[in-house]
Design a protein around this ligand. Structure first.
Ligand code: NAG
Ligand code: NAG
Ligand code: NAG
Ligand code: NAG
Ligand code: NAG
Ligand code: NAG
Ligand code: NAG
Ligand code: NAG
Ligand code: NAG
Length: 773
């Protein structure tokens, strides 16, 4: 049979390609969703399968996409509308929803629209059709937020209500969030979400601090809840004009028949350039309402329950569109007063629409919580009744909620994405206060954005590198990343964070050197730094580890290190084999050692300077001698927290200068590796020199091997090999990762110490330099 032909395997090449792609394509480029299309539109059909899209006939081919990339993966569930509600002649976006059942009362579920221009004006539209998608036959009530400000309370009177809410906003940043808030009155859901850019001149009343919310008062004769009407009356349909008729895809719907009104329509194009600041399409104003019989047109509105239910004194923006559609005889006159709540619109001037030329007459603020009425009343000299071609009514609202600083918010979103954090991390990180993200402390002020001051991400299962976005949190004072699986080097940017005073990186898998600037901050007391219990932290206090350095240095270091490591390995292995005893039991770990092992985790990186008095205290006046080295005696001591230490004293007074000893000791205290004995501190007090090391419960290898014959358990073959490898690693680390390389001039079994669980650690490296200068 034909075996799998081992041709030159394409696998490594493919792998390389994947790696290259991963290196050069940013996550933003991969996430094509979440961005506007060529028209600048975002058209989301919430509830269709992730990653799918379709072109919509009713808008002549606008492409609607799924909400993947706009809403956090894993939040919400897709559902289809149930019969009989799916039988209506509806656009596809109303046939399914995304709902948010797991969020629970008080929780917020958000959509993030990206790729916006800061300070540009946009139309944002949410569509909601309940359609018994959850088979509960209970339409919910929930809050809708635009960023940190409440937009509306979405409420349904029936399962077949379609609610469409539109807002005209100026975006603060290059993204905008729309959030659904569970009020404990049913599960929030959404059918569709759209974003449309508007021209700069349109709706100037919308500012960074003020948004326009189109009223959503229901009209029995109108199809949708958008209060933007035209009076076009083709024989049959209640026609809706949107894209492509309106290049901004506003929804203009038919006002619907009312008995006292009829319409005038023209086939001629109406010039809209006079009112192009509002950009209404010509077709919308080609038809107008006029009274059947009489000389006035009246219509009114009341506060909108969705928008104005928390506002004692709502303010409205009213836009009226006029264009004369009839060629008037010379003796005919159409002239009318525009009255709001019985008062004239502006001054006392009456108004005559211009022939086939549209104008928008707008009234900025109509204020008050009651009903408001607009009346178009023919003047006494007029021979024709008033007309009205189109109108819009907005609720004008101050955006008083103060969001998180853009930089901070974007950094937090990047951190959330990078580490796939869920928690309650939706919407704005700090605001509103009631929805602030877990693990954050923010500083709030009434005049400036909220800033993040503390970020607690301990035990959060973070993996990978320390993300550069942490560095963008300029007001962060407290950063706890302990007890995760962060790997790679400790990045330099941590030292550049201007407000940081507490940084906990302990219990991760970080490696390499501690950036010099970070160390300096730690040493001068401006930063509390915790870095213990990491894989391979080394520091020479001056420059960086070889891994991060130029290739030349690295090659050199390896060239030096490898032979040394191999030599050590052989050397230790040989000794171990020579000392090998017949007994092969593997019960090498005593109960006592097990109990003590937790104490041996390397100490928090600290660079403590002991006084001679302190040493006397620690060692109970140098009571227990535990060893004798080339330079002096070694004593057992206990620190304040009861961790045992080995105090290595120097018997002779040194000719060395204070500075050099201190420099060397500081240098050594920054060399950390699991196979190197950690220096905790030093003493340079007048003539007394001493080094304080972590205490190794297992003693040194020489003693261990000598003692095997009599008291201790013999070392298994497996354990011996492990000790040899550990020792080699420690030595290799000294040479490879510390610059300039630390050469251990005195490798012997006496200098290989064992922890309680028999992990080997090299000791006495660099001693020659410290004590002898
Ligand atoms: C929702 O609508 C119902 C019926 O119109 C009304 O009774 C109720 O007060 C509304 N709820 C809210 C929160 O607006
Ligand atoms: C918005 O409000 C802020 C703070 O209240 C104010 O400094 C700023 O001038 C306002 N901007 C506009 C466009 O009104
Ligand atoms: C309408 O827009 C055009 C070009 O955008 C401009 O030249 C013209 O002045 C505008 N008209 C009005 C009345 O603003
Ligand atoms: C017009 O209005 C007057 C007075 O309201 C009424 O008597 C008359 O029947 C109306 N005509 C039509 C055609 O509706
Ligand atoms: C009233 O409104 C009309 C139409 O916008 C405008 O031309 C006129 O100047 C206004 N009059 C006053 C007194 O503001
Ligand atoms: C965060 O805020 C809480 C509550 O105000 C406070 O108890 C805690 O000390 C703060 N933590 C930090 C690190 O600032
Ligand atoms: C460390 O994190 C893990 C979960 O990742 C948790 O189970 C453990 O309790 C944490 N340890 C400490 C000391 O917080
Ligand atoms: C500590 O060192 C850092 C980094 O060199 C420096 O920016 C800071 O001003 C120093 N702080 C003090 C209190 O000396
Ligand atoms: C209700 C009404 O009178 N509609 C009229 C609107 O204008 C069209 C076109 O002129 C007529 O066909 C409708 O009857």
């Amino acid at each position: 049979m034909a075996p799998a032909t081992p041709t030159a395997s394409p696998r490594p090449l493919a792998l390389l390609l994947v790696l290259l792609i991963l290196c050069f394509v940013s996550p933003d480029q991969l996430a094509v969703h979440g961005q506007p299309d060529a028209l600048g539109f975002i058209s989301i059909d919430c509830g269709i399968a992730d990653g799918t899209s379709y072109s919509d006939e009713s808008t002549q081919g606008l492409r609607f996409v799924s909400d993947a990339g706009f809403v956090d993966a894993g939040t919400g569930t897709n559902a289809d509308i149930n019969p009989p509600y799916n039988d209506r002649d509806l656009a596809p976006r109303y046939l399914n929803v995304r709902y948010f059942p797991t969020a629970g009362a008080g929780a917020r579920s958000c959509y993030t629209l990206r790729g916006l221009s800061p300070r540009a004006r946009y139309l944002v539209r949410g569509s909601f059709y309940y359609g018994n998608h959850d088979s509960l036959n209970r339409p919910p009530t929930f809050d809708l937020y635009l960023g940190v400000n409440r937009w509306a309370t979405v409420n349904f009177t029936a399962a077949d209500d379609i609610v469409i809410l539109e807002a005209t906003v100026v975006s603060q940043a290059d993204f905008l969030q729309v959030c659904l808030v569970d009020m404990g009155r049913g599960t929030p859901f959404i059918s569709g979400l759209d974003l449309r850019p508007l021209k700069a001149a349109m709706y100037p009343e919308a500012t960074v601090n003020q948004s326009l919310f189109l009223l959503s008062l229901r009209r029995p004769a109108a199809k949708f809840t958008v209060n933007r009407y035209h009076f076009w009356r083709p024989a049959s349909a209640y026609r809706v004009f949107r894209y492509p008729f309106d290049p901004h895809d506003r929804i203009w719907q038919s006002y619907g028949d009312i008995a006292p009104w009829t319409n005038i329509t023209t086939a001629a194009t109406v010039d809209v350039s006079n009112s192009n600041s509002s950009g209404e399409p010509s077709v919308v104003v080609q038809s107008a309402a006029t009274p059947v019989n009489g000389s006035r047109l009246d219509f009114s509105w009341s506060p909108d329950n969705y928008l104005n239910n928390d506002n004692g004194n709502p303010a409205y923006l009213l836009l009226l569109y006029f264009a004369e559609l009839q060629q008037l005889q010379s003796n005919a006159l159409r002239r009318f007063d525009i009255l709001v709540d019985g008062a004239s619109w502006n001054g006392s001037q009456s108004y005559s629409p211009k022939y086939l030329s549209a104008e928008v007459v707008e009234r900025m603020v109509v204020q008050g919580s009651g009903q408001h009425t607009v009346s178009l009343v023919a003047t006494p000299e007029a021979t024709l009744p008033p007309i009205l071609n189109a109108f819009e009514i907005y609720s004008v609202r101050q955006m008083t909620g103060i969001a998180t600083d853009n930089g901070d918010a974007k950094a937090m979103m990047a951190i959330r994405t990078m580490y796939m954090l869920k928690k309650n991390w939706m919407g704005d990180p700090c605001a509103p206060k009631a929805f602030a993200w877990d693990g954050l402390n923010c500083s709030y002020s009434s005049s400036s954005p909220a800033y993040i001051t503390a970020l607690k991400l301990a035990s959060s299962m973070l993996t990978g590198a320390v993300n550069p976005s942490f560095g963008d949190l300029k007001s962060l004072q407290y950063l706890d990343l302990s007890n995760n699986s962060l790997s790679g080097p400790i990045p330099d940017f941590l030292a550049q964070m201007p407000s940081l005073t507490y940084l906990d990186l302990s219990s991760n898998k970080l490696s390499g050197s501690i950036p010099a600037a970070l160390l300096q901050k730690h040493q001068n007391g401006s930063l509390v730094l915790r870095i213990d219990n990491n894989a391979n932290i080394c520091d020479n206090g001056a420059s960086t580890c070889a891994q991060d350095d130029k290739k030349k240095n690295r090659t050199l270091a390896i060239a030096v290190a490898v032979p040394i490591a191999v030599a050590t390995l052989l050397f230790v292995a040989a000794i171990l084999i020579l000392h090998r005893r017949r007994n092969k039991q593997d019960t090498w770990m005593t109960k006592n050692a097990r109990l003590n092992s937790h104490r041996e985790r390397s100490n928090i990186f600290e660079n403590r300077q002991f006084s001679y008095k302190e040493l006397k205290l620690i060692t109970a006046n140098f009571r227990e001698e535990i060893g004798r080295g080339g330079f002096g005696l070694v004593f057992l001591g206990y620190l304040e927290n009861e961790s045992p230490v080995a105090v290595k004293t120097h018997s002779k007074t040194s000719s060395q200068g204070d500075k050099e000893f201190q420099y060397e000791a500081q240098h050594l205290s920054r060399v950390h590796h699991r196979n190197l004995v950690s220096l905790i501190g030093y003493c340079k007090d007048k003539k007394h020199l001493a080094l304080v090391y972590e205490y190794m419960h297992g003693g040194d290898l020489e003693d261990r091997l000598r003692g095997e014959a009599s008291v201790t358990m013999p070392l298994s073959w497996h354990r011996r090999l492990k000790i040899a490898l550990d020792s080699a690693q420690g030595l290799e680390y000294l040479h490879k990762s510390c610059q300039p390389p630390l050469i251990h001039r005195d490798v012997k079994t006496k200098n290989i110490l064992l922890s309680a669980d028999l992990e080997a650690k090299i000791s006495d490296f660099g001693l020659m330099k410290v004590f002898a200068g």
